[in-house]
Write a protein that binds this ligand. Structure first.
Ligand code: NAD
Length: 348
């Protein structure tokens, strides 16, 4: 465990067992150097506590990197709850979790993640104010979609053979949930030609009707000849095999952990496909959550989401200059912000 903590440079790890509710939870705080650690709480039936610890550490680190590149005055953290066997009292479980968060005195702010809902956040809120995504907050997904939209625009601009304009551009969107659908809406407004896929056929039909999109089988969407492939479903879409089958100029989507392994970044680079690092271009939702929690203005929110565009252009510029793939460059940029002591990095 301490090797994992050291390797990920995690600040601290908190474990809680609450006998009455059956809560078994771990909160990993990666960094609080730039501000309180913000990150979601997921509830999953983990096979072991080791698995839960590893997940919390990995996810907390990801949140730090995401907040740093988004220029937020926040650190990264994540909570995991080992889902007890059914049936269990959900309200009691999340109340106990809320008390756990409260005891950390604002060093960690929790939010929604896999398996948790707005009503769970409301339950947590009955015990602590260090929680976002309650029924009083808005939906982050449209802001995530907006950030991905800027990421797509920047990818078009950076590509030597593409026009800096969405009109007539072919975009293949994989996953038409909260983010994917809002993204399609925005791209359609700008005159893009959409190819769409989802395991839920009704979502495909809806996009066909609303945006004149062309429905594609789920197994084929990544093979669609297009300018941009936009993974907005589950993570891990980009493997050595699927990258070999891509027929796009750039990949820019909202899904977390799109690259099956970091080495896939090199494969994309060698193939000449631009890759917009997922945790940079899907940060719109985090920015929204952070700005709402800190009671900042709409203008500041828009400005920060728009900033995804120049940051991505800078990553592509460094990629071209250094020959290192964009995912690695993004990591280096985040690490410079998180760990360097130079004053200009800290004021980012
Ligand atoms: P969602 O659950 O609303 O939508 C996901 C969609 O993907 C669903 O419609 C689902 O049917 C579809 N899907 C699942 N497997 C698929 C497959 N194999 N092929 C095609 N479609 C498939 O989720 P969301 O909120 O829209 O988020 C989408 C992705 O973006 C997720 O990976 C999420 O982690 C990431 N993300 C979301 C936000 C946000 O603000 N919601 C923020 C950052 C990252």
């Amino acid at each position: 465990m301490f090797r994992e903590i050291t390797e990920a440079r995690v600040n601290d790890l908190h474990c809680r067992y609450d006998e009455e509710s059956g809560l078994q939870s771990i909160i990993a705080i990666h960094s609080t150097r730039r501000g309180p650690a913000l990150g979601g709480c997921r509830i999953i039936p983990y096979n072991s506590s080791e698995e839960a610890v590893t997940d919390a550490i990995r996810l907390a680190k990801g949140m730090s990197y995401k907040a740093a590149l988004a220029g937020l005055n926040l650190g990264g953290g994540k909570a995991v709850i080992m889902e007890p066997p059914q049936p269990y009292d959900r309200q009691r479980l999340f109340s106990a979790f809320g008390r756990f968060v409260e005891e950390l005195n604002g060093r960690y702010i929790t939010a929604m993640d896999s398996g948790t809902s707005v009503s769970d956040m409301d339950t947590i809120n009955s015990q602590t104010r260090h929680v976002t995504c309650t029924s009083n907050s808005g939906n982050p997904a449209p802001h995530t979609a907006e950030g991905v939209f800027y990421g797509i625009q920047a990818s078009l601009k950076a590509h030597p053979e593409l026009a800096d304009n969405l009109k007539g551009m072919r975009i293949a969107v994989q996953g038409l949930g909260n983010v994917g659908y809002a993204l399609c809406q925005r791209l359609h407004q700008e005159g893009a030609k959409l190819f769409v896929s989802d395991i839920d056929d009704s979502k495909v039909s809806q996009c066909e009707r609303a945006f004149k999109a062309v429905g594609v089988d789920t197994g084929d969407i990544h093979k669609t000849p297009c300018e941009i492939f936009s993974p907005c479903g589950l993570g891990g879409t980009l493997s050595e095999q699927t990258i070999g089958e891509l027929q796009c100029a750039a990949v820019a989507g909202s899904a977390n952990n799109q690259l099956l392994t970091p080495e896939c970044g090199y494969t994309l680079y060698k193939k000449g496909v631009l890759y917009a690092p997922d945790y940079l271009i899907n940060a719109g939702g985090l920015i929204f959550v952070a700005m709402s929690h800190q009671r900042r203005t709409e203008q500041e929110l828009s400005r920060r989401v728009e900033a995804i565009h120049p940051t991505l252009l800078e990553i592509f510029r460094r990629e071209q200059q250094s020959g290192e793939p964009s995912n690695i460059i993004a990591d280096h940029m985040a690490e410079a912000i998180l760990f360097d002591n130079s004053p200009d990095q800290l004021s980012a």
